[in-house]
Design a protein around this ligand. Structure first.
Ligand code: C5P
Length: 423
């Protein structure tokens, strides 16, 4: 764990009783990974959704659960946690807790600690959409924000009550971003250098490319390949989770981008991807991970208007020209010494030898090889197998696993072997 009470800014996480309470578990983890010490207080209702034990294990501290009982004896006196904290986050904040906070009621542990805490408070409301729109909640919200309480969310989407509306608790990554903003404003943000010491990816700047590129034939048609973008998105998500600041440059992919990205750049063509990579490299990142399946060729003269079959006759040919090789041509021109470059190689025969040849030709630090035709891999398959190679040959062979799992394992391998210059 990064955080120690002596050096870390301190967040008191208050959990109140809504189904979104499960998200507070992720938030506790994210806060710690970002360098905060975390203690938790929860209402009795919250304890119906997640157990105090879970939060005790996650936070490493006793959880304040009530004013009089066991939780109280562990948390010493009932306002000790309020004295301890630099900042309070109420996530999820129910309509009830917001109402009590607005009225200054202190009749259980969370509302009591809230009243006893003089510092900055951030609330992440979560409730049914009608409750959120109710004039009582609107009035309480106004009182609270007027008093300087900060709000994050709620967002829109599926609610536990079955409607698709406003009332969802902000995602833990967005709550963390709001906490970091407040901590910066208050001058108690975690020390980035101390956090960076937490793991090989913490604080690193990582550029990941993902997905296919679409090369236009005319305004409605394109040449592409079968890349889904899943591996690149999973690697970007794993790098975010490991504390990296990630720029994801993606070709067209039908995937929700991971939360917590530093930047998301959407491109269509190989040319646009090359330009986006050059811009990203100008910011001097630590890593470039090129999972994108960049089209090698593009139509020489895309038509301005839709091509009509009547004009094309019974057969026609499309003239293609070479796209820039991003790793082979664009990266060397923009490369700073500390940048580690990882390429991907999809080969259906002679996997390792060809991947190694590619690594050498493109001057890569690492290459990840996979064979979609081998057993345990393939387009649309649930499980895949990867081989990680460095200039000296094979470094690691993965088991056959789902791409999200492989991404995490691959990142751990890269973090372990890439901790020389630049890491
Ligand atoms: O030579 P090949 O296309 O198989 O190499 C694959 C690796 O090169 C991948 O990492 C891919 O992202 C990258 N690549 C590139 N520019 C291209 C084609 C592929 O950077 N035009």
């Amino acid at each position: 764990m990064v955080a120690t009470d002596q050096v870390s800014p301190r967040v008191l996480l208050m959990i109140t009783g809504g189904i979104a309470a499960y998200k507070a578990c992720f938030l506790a983890r994210l806060l710690q990974q970002a360098g905060f010490a975390v203690k938790v207080a929860m209402t009795e209702a919250a304890a119906h959704f997640v157990t105090p034990l879970t939060l005790k294990v996650l936070s490493g501290h006793p959880v304040a659960t009530d004013l009089w009982g066991e939780g109280q004896s562990e948390a010493l006196d009932h306002i000790e946690y309020a004295r301890w904290a630099d900042l309070v986050v109420v996530a999820p904040a129910t309509a009830n807790t917001m109402a009590k906070a607005a009225a200054g009621i202190a009749d259980e542990i969370v509302s009591t600690l809230l009243l006893a805490f003089p510092g900055p408070v951030l609330m992440a409301p979560a409730m049914n959409d009608n409750m959120w729109r109710h004039p009582a909640t609107r009035a309480n919200l106004q009182v609270l924000t007027g008093r300087g309480v900060h709000m994050v969310g709620p967002g829109s989407g599926w609610l536990a009550c079955g409607t698709n509306d406003t009332g969802r608790m902000a995602e833990p990554e967005d709550v963390l971003a709001a906490v970091l903003d407040l901590a910066r404003q208050g001058g108690f943000a975690p020390d980035a250098a101390a956090v960076a010491g937490a793991g090989p990816w913490a604080g690193r700047r990582v550029v990941v490319t993902a997905g296919p590129t679409h090369e236009p034939i005319d305004p409605v048609r394109y040449v592409a390949n079968r890349s889904s973008g899943v591996m690149g998105y999973a690697l970007a998500a794993a790098a975010v989770a490991a504390g990296a600041k990630v720029t994801l440059i993606t070709g067209p992919a039908a995937l929700a981008p991971p939360r917590g990205l530093g930047a998301l750049v959407r491109v269509e063509t190989a040319r646009e991807m090359a330009d986006a990579v050059a811009v990203a490299l100008a910011e001097d990142p630590d890593w470039l991970v090129m999972t994108a399946a960049v089209a090698d060729f593009t139509p020489a003269a895309p038509a301005d208007g839709k091509l009509k079959k009547e004009d094309l006759g019974t057969g026609w040919s499309l003239e293609m020209v070479r796209n820039p090789d991003i790793l082979g041509e664009i990266v060397p021109a923009a490369r700073k010494p500390r940048l580690k470059v990882v390429g991907f190689a999809l080969e259906t025969a002679d996997l390792e030898a060809r991947a190694l040849a590619k690594l050498r030709a493109k001057n890569l630090d690492f290459i990840v090889a996979n064979d979609p035709t081998s057993p345990g891999s393939g387009f649309g398959a649930k499980a895949h197998r990867l081989v990680l190679l460095g200039p000296g040959g094979v470094i690691w062979e993965s088991p056959s696993a789902a791409k999200a799992e492989l991404a995490e394992a691959l990142l751990a391998q890269l973090g372990a072997v890439g901790t020389g210059a630049g890491a």
